[in-house]
Design a protein around this ligand. Structure first.
Ligand SMILES: [Ca+2]
Length: 714
């Protein structure tokens, strides 16, 4: 490690090409030396769907679909079908549906063996929404429209492609920087006390809690009575005090017209089939492209085999499959807002922390299916649900997922024999990857290959979890290897702030995993955590040849409450903070770990980590020089919205060896005297709306620039 002096921190964000940096547009300084134990470069060259349609190459057995077509047509290029469904259920196995540019509002259930692709690279979108029209004034700036939507909790309203907010208290639009209300003294498991609560009758509303002594999941309940400054709630209390309404805990209220009090908010009343909406800018929504989600699936491959879906965009809808789906290929899709729900559980009595693990995101079920070269963004639940056996999820970009914050994940991985490789997964409410036995507890997630993924900004809305997390499963042959795992940081401090927010977390006796050749940094608490949970079966985990370029006091490998090590070994890990064994008697084997240990010897700069198209790259691991770690950004400053006349305080969490120096910048220009971890602006003027702040963090070994944080001032 002593040869590593050049900086490799913050490549993607610095705006300055440093040695070892590869930018999103594919330019590279190409001066990366092998960096034992740290390296690996996200390679950015080209766009998703590189293996897709070759322009001008039309198979002889192709039929055509176009927005100006007609399903009574023969499906030729001059007389195309109108719907993808007509084509995909008319043509024989082995045929191709070439879809012309346009947006299609349907759920397609194709014949087996059919390929569905965009024609000649044209832009094709299958959209789960329908237009909402016929708005009349309800009251003030609130309009209403008659529409039949779901009576459940999956409704979603857009203006164009922009998601609106289901009316709530307190107001806030950001899915991850949630504007929580805080319960006050007097709160109990069945009563929320808050003197800030607006004095309206909340009876009949829903309440969403992130609260308790160990709030590893949120949960949703009902408001059954309302008084000034407090409400009575009906919610599952079986996990109290871990997950439970309590003073200091967080909550918001929604699902009631009384919460609709600002622009962008909507409320749907299924009893009268009416949608209420306060449009952005207080305008008449008849002048806007208001859309409501009406279909869960763009494609349903249940029971289908050998279907290929290629180079198609999805909006507000996803792709489903079931245990009988085999050998299907999903390639080069761009999917936004794949799944949405608001209540945990959706069905009262279900286990809310594992709700929607199998029915959200792109559902890859059955056997021998492939999802590749695709981008999947924005989901309340999973990015991808993998079930069944022997499926492949590779070279995908998955981000802004699990904004509900339960166990739904970037990739929720049930079953066995799957390969999850070269994916970039960032900005997740809890885990990036969750190998798990749900829903079939009899099938542990064995023989899964989780490698070469770039996983970061996980655990944003959770506690007591990790970027890769498993609980209780006894597996064989599952390997977690050659991944970058970094910046797992809860966005909101509060109860249980000192609980694990880890890189790899094998919980409650999870056993049989091999964890090797990973590079783990800037995780909030614990880098790799083996929690035996007092389970007496052998722990049998093998943690070796990982590198942890992190000097934070919490950046250790932790073995806790393991009464039976079995074959567990922790060896050859490059760590700067000593490994901790606690309530492990006798201690498990731990040899050759430290600043001179071999570490992730195979992670040199030629190793591709994450996916390989625009948007896949991230900050690279910070350099280690001797025992010094270069500066980096552990927690990025978030966007802030204030009223004109108010100040705004931006915050960053830097990492690396002390001392760290900070310099905030406004639109790229240094702000005089703004040199700490926080920066408070002067009172905002309307001219400050849209101003971008960044912060540079520096130490003797390196320099890092944060992602931009925008100030909104209205
Ligand atoms: Ca509101």
């Amino acid at each position: 490690m002593k040869t590593l002096i050049r900086l490799i921190a913050s490549c993607a964000l610095s705006g300055v090409l440093l040695a070892g940096c590869v930018t999103d547009n594919g330019t590279s300084t190409a001066s990366v030396n092998a960096v034992p134990g740290l390296g690996g470069s996200p390679i950015a060259n080209g766009t998703a769907g590189a293996s897709g349609t070759v322009p001008g190459s039309i198979p002889a057995n192709a039929s055509f679909v176009a927005p100006n077509g007609n399903d009574a047509n023969p499906g030729t290029i001059s007389q195309p079908y109108r719907t993808i469904q007509k084509c995909a259920t008319t043509v024989a196995s082995g045929s191709t549906c070439e879809v012309r540019a346009g947006t299609y509002y349907e759920t397609v259930t194709p014949n087996s063996g059919v390929t569905i692709t965009s024609y000649d690279g044209e832009t094709v979108t299958v959209d789960g929404t329908d237009a909402v029209t016929g708005w009349t004034i309800h009251e003030g700036s609130i309009y209403k429209a008659s529409i039949a939507m779901s009576a459940g909790d999956t409704n979603q309203v857009f203006v164009g492609n922009e998601m609106m907010t289901e009316a709530r208290y307190p107001n806030g639009n950001d899915l991850f920087h949630v504007n929580w209300a805080t319960a006050q003294a007097g709160t109990s498991s069945t009563r929320l006390v808050d003197s800030n609560l607006p004095n309206v009758n909340w009876t009949g509303a829903k309440v969403h809690l992130w609260s308790g002594t160990d709030p590893w999941t949120p949960e949703t309940g009902a408001v059954t009575a309302s008084q000034p400054g407090q409400v009575t709630i009906s919610v599952d209390t079986s996990l109290c005090p871990s997950v439970c309404a309590t003073a200091g805990g967080y909550y918001y209220i929604f699902g009631i017209l009384a919460a609709l009090d600002t622009e962008r908010e909507w409320f749907y009343d299924p009893k009268v089939a009416t949608l209420y909406f306060w449009a952005p800018g207080n305008v008449d929504p008849n002048t806007l492209p208001v859309r409501a989600k009406q279909r869960q699936y763009a494609f349903d491959l249940s029971g289908k085999s050998k279907v290929t879906i290629q180079n198609i965009n999805l909006f507000a809808s996803t792709i489903n499959s079931n245990a009988s789906s085999t050998s299907n290929t999903i390639d080069g899709i761009q999917a936004q807002y794949v799944s949405h729900f608001t209540a945990l559980p959706g069905n009262r009595g279900a286990s809310y922390w594992i709700d929607h693990l199998t029915d959200t995101g792109i559902v890859v079920n059955g056997r021998g299916n492939i999802l590749q070269n695709s981008t999947i963004a924005y989901s309340a639940g999973n990015g991808v649900a993998v079930l069944g056996a022997d499926n492949i999820v590779k070279n995908n970009l998955i981000h802004h997922i699990d904004y509900i914050g339960n166990y739904a994940s970037g990739v929720a991985l049930a079953g066995n024999g799957h390969t999850i490789q070269n994916n970039t997964i960032y900005d997740s409410g809890r885990s990036a990857i969750f190998p798990n036995a749900v829903p079939n507890e009899a099938i542990p997630p064995s023989n899964n290959n989780i490698g070469y993924n770039n996983l970061y900004n996980g655990m944003m809305l959770s506690r007591d979890g990790g970027e890769i997390y498993d609980a209780e499963d006894a597996v064989t042959g599952t390997r977690i290897h050659h991944n970058w795992i970094h910046d797992a940081q809860s966005l909101t401090s509060g109860s249980a702030s000192d609980f694990p927010v880890a890189g790899v977390y094998l919980d409650s006796g999870a056993s049989g995993f091999e964890v090797d050749q990973n590079v783990v940094w800037n995780t909030e608490h614990e880098s790799i955590y083996l929690h035996g949970g007092g389970v007496s079966t052998p722990n049998n985990n093998h943690v070796h040849n990982n590198s942890v370029p992190d000097v934070n006091s919490g950046a250790y490998i932790w073995l806790f409450q393991i009464p039976n090590c079995g074959s567990t070994q922790v060896s050859d890990n490059l760590v700067l903070v000593p490994i901790t064994q606690q309530s492990v008697k006798p201690p498990c084997t731990a040899t050759s770990n430290g600043a001179t240990a071999p570490g992730a010897t195979e992670m040199n700069a030629s190793v591709q980590v994450g996916c390989n198209f625009a948007g896949c790259s991230s900050d690279a691991p910070p350099a280690i020089v001797g025992n010094t770690v270069a500066a980096s950004i552990a927690k990025q400053p978030g966007p802030l919205a204030v009223l004109v006349g108010q100040t705004a305080t931006f915050r960053v969490t830097g990492a690396g060896s002390a001392p760290l120096a900070y310099q905030w910048k406004k639109n790229g220009i240094e702000v005089n005297g703004a040199t700490s971890t926080t920066y408070t602006t002067p009172p905002a003027t309307s001219a400050d709306n849209g101003v971008v702040f960044t912060v540079q963090v520096r130490n003797a070994a390196g320099i890092a620039l944060s992602a931009p944080a925008t100030l909104s001032a209205e």
